[in-house]
Design a protein around this ligand. Sequence first.
Ligand code: 2P0
Length: 332
Amino acid sequence: MSTSESNRRGVGRARAGANFALVKYWGKADARLNVPAVGSISITLDRLFTETTVELVPEARSDELTLNGVRRDEDVAKISACLDLLRRKAGVDTRARVGSRNNFPTGAGLASSASGFAALVRAGEAALGLELPPRERSIVARQGSGSAARSIFGGFVEMHAGSAADGNDSFAEPLLEGADWPLEVVIAVTAKGEKEIGSRSGMTRSATSSPYYEAWVREQPPDLAAARAAIRARDFAPLAELAEHNCLKMHAAALAARPPLVYWNGATVECLHAVRRLRAGGVPVFFTIDAGPQLKAVCAPGARAAVELALRGVPGVLELLTSALGPGAELC
Ligand code: 2P0
């Protein structure tokens, strides 16, 4: 089916890649508008993606969601709130049937909400006959899931926390095309299945009970500036040091929450040491870890094979997924 056929009147179909942050988003300034407390910088991937179809159903009284072939009534409120923003812009009130499929594990710390909401917004727009400017698209996606604002764009992306009361300066924008610095990612999957504590409640718990949360928020601007500069200069070594520091700082804030948020398992820690050993031995690679036990090893061009070999040998690694950098959310 061609793009125009699959996005005929009342139907939109889109694909968006997952993204991983090198400078993390953790905490909210405004929970209602889903405005982050800190800016973040990420890379969008091509190998891990969500494909979503939104079909307007004039006779339906509520939205309906099927994820990976299974009805997800418990998640309808979240997608309806996001579709409502688009419906308001289009001046349409019709409910929709949403079918979404991830080609990677859902809710396991692999950014499925990022690719999921980015694909939903892109497909929802097409179904409603809208074509939003990318910044506005990013603002809508943010209200579905903060990290989704970044998956609207490809390559290296920066999300601005913003300071406006209406959240309209809280959006992502591209920093550098992936083709201009073709890093690769090796993901060590160390557990399958959905995580126990989602990012949203983990962030709230960190903000309300971790003594390190304030320091985390305060220290983010210099990390963003350093990462931005390293990416613009395509300078791997400072980006590696900074990204690992920022990741561990986020986890330090989470670990010190009450009750604690321990997203890692033993294999996660073993992978972390393996990556540090590789870099000490001259392989240009660094790790990052999100709200789950998977370790993401970010490789400079040419380093991937050595990284795969090392991580495959770590006990507890169930599977490796490899990805290049990919494009932003697009119709398909
Ligand atoms: C990130 N994470 O920057 C950070 C690092 C997880 C750890 O963005 O509440 O699913 O939907 O805005 O976007 C995951 O948070 O949270 C996330 P909501 P989201 O990638």
